[in-house]
Design a protein around this ligand. Structure first.
Ligand code: ADP
Ligand code: GN1
Ligand code: MG
Length: 367
């Protein structure tokens, strides 16, 4: 039986009577609802997890439970005020489960973080710094959590060699005959195999510390308060084992781009080095004490790899017929791919400057 939202809500341990619910937020993957309870009662976030994208819902929910409880304990140890605004808490079902599901959907509920603000692009350096400090803090808080309990919710999520092989498979199948108009993009991608494999090769050689990472550090996955202090990191579905480069790379890809992720005007797209500098300073402030030597020297390559990997994923989805990402129009994935590949090229051109920015931040963060 397929449940409707009202039925779903009734399955969870929500104390006050529910007054209403409404669509909320603007992610590409899950459906998010805000649940209002009567009077001054608590609010909640209800999410329908995308089962096409996430096959192992048990593993995913267990990851989130381990991570949120670990962070909660850290905040308690530090006697942080306002813990309920600073960490996600899973609200269990009436029969003590982490989620409810039917044939097509899997639903879970979190505490709603009140009075928050989100940004799709960092409007200034202060927000870039603070967002990055939050993502770095998140990595730091998880650096002593046993990784053996954390599963890969999307296998090989940021494995560039796997993503490139998926692209080649889509090119071969070409179900909508879209490949013929994509020569420029495909040639660029094929010419960068070695450069974009640098981080993965270092990892495979054992030179990067395997960590529990967030893997989706878009600036809109940090909630800020009204004074622009970071409150909480959200969107925990992609927490998996990985390298710290992933969180730095995806963070500056989204935060420091002068254009939009799907900008149709490529002249808008590029790295704003002032924002890169602020983001890097915030991130390094939180993680410098856990970084090894190779992580320090190779971090800059993440600024190329992340727009590249997203470009490859959007291009693959465009060729495959838009089966993965939600789209607003026929060419949406194409414009996203083009803009991300432009940002990767810009990262290449600015690599030595980004390297210098990272070295400066490391120097300033010495204990
Ligand atoms: P998606 O994977 O679809 O991006 P998110 O988990 O990021 O889904 O949620 C989408 C948006 O909903 C977020 O950007 C944020 O604005 C809001 N949101 C998510 N969780 C919470 C929460 N616990 N409290 C308040 N707002 C939230
Ligand atoms: C998706 O869930 P959302 O919209 O924050 C995607 C990320 C991409 C991003 C591109 C599970 O993130 O990997 O970076 O879109 N999440 C998944 O905007 O594929
Ligand atoms: Mg999100």
């Amino acid at each position: 039986m397929i449940m409707d939202v009202r039925q779903v809500i009734k399955s969870f341990n929500i104390e006050d009577p529910v007054e209403s619910f409404e669509s909320f937020g603007g992610g590409h993957i899950n459906d998010t609802f805000l649940i209002n309870t009567v009077g001054e009662g608590r609010k909640y976030i209800l999410q329908n997890v995308n089962r096409y994208v996430f096959k192992d819902i048990d593993g995913l929910m267990n990851n989130i439970s381990l991570v949120t409880e670990h962070i909660h304990e850290k905040l308690l140890e530090k006697k942080v005020a306002d813990i309920e605004s600073r960490s996600l808490e899973l609200i269990k079902t009436k029969d003590n489960k982490l989620y409810v599901d039917d044939e097509f959907n899997a639903w879970r509920v979190f505490n709603f973080i009140e009075d928050h603000v989100v940004y799709d692009i960092a409007p200034n350096r202060e927000i870039a710094f603070e967002g990055a400090r939050m993502f770095g803090l998140f990595l730091n808080q998880l650096s002593d959590l046993d990784p053996s309990g954390i599963v890969e919710t999307i296998p090989k999520f940021h494995d560039i060699k796997f993503r490139l092989s998926n692209l080649e498979a889509a090119i071969k199948a070409d179900p909508l005959k879209r490949v013929r108009s994509l020569e420029k993009e495909i040639n660029y991608v094929r010419s960068r195999y070695e450069l974009m494999s640098i981080i993965q090769n270092l990892g495979e050689k054992g030179l990067l510390t395997p960590r529990i990472v967030h893997n989706d550090t878009k600036i809109n996955n940090v909630l800020f308060d009204r004074k622009n202090n970071g409150l909480c990191v959200v969107d925990l579905d992609t927490i998996m084992p990985g390298y710290l480069h992933y969180d730095y790379g995806d963070g500056i890809r989204t935060c420091a781009n002068t254009g939009a992720e799907d900008d149709e005007d490529l002249n808008n797209v590029g790295y704003d080095l002032e924002i890169v500098e602020a983001f890097t300073a915030g991130f390094i402030q939180s993680v410098h004490s856990i970084l090894n030597k190779t992580e320090r020297s190779s971090l800059a390559y993440a600024a190329l790899l992340f727009p590249f990997i997203m470009g490859v994923r959007f291009l693959t989805d465009y060729i495959a017929g838009d089966v993965y990402y939600k789209i607003n129009h026929t060419y949406h994935n194409y414009f996203r791919a083009r803009a991300q590949l432009k940002l990767a090229r810009d990262g290449e051109a600015k690599l030595s400057e980004i390297q210098r920015i990272i070295e400066k931040a490391l120097k300033n963060s010495k204990d």
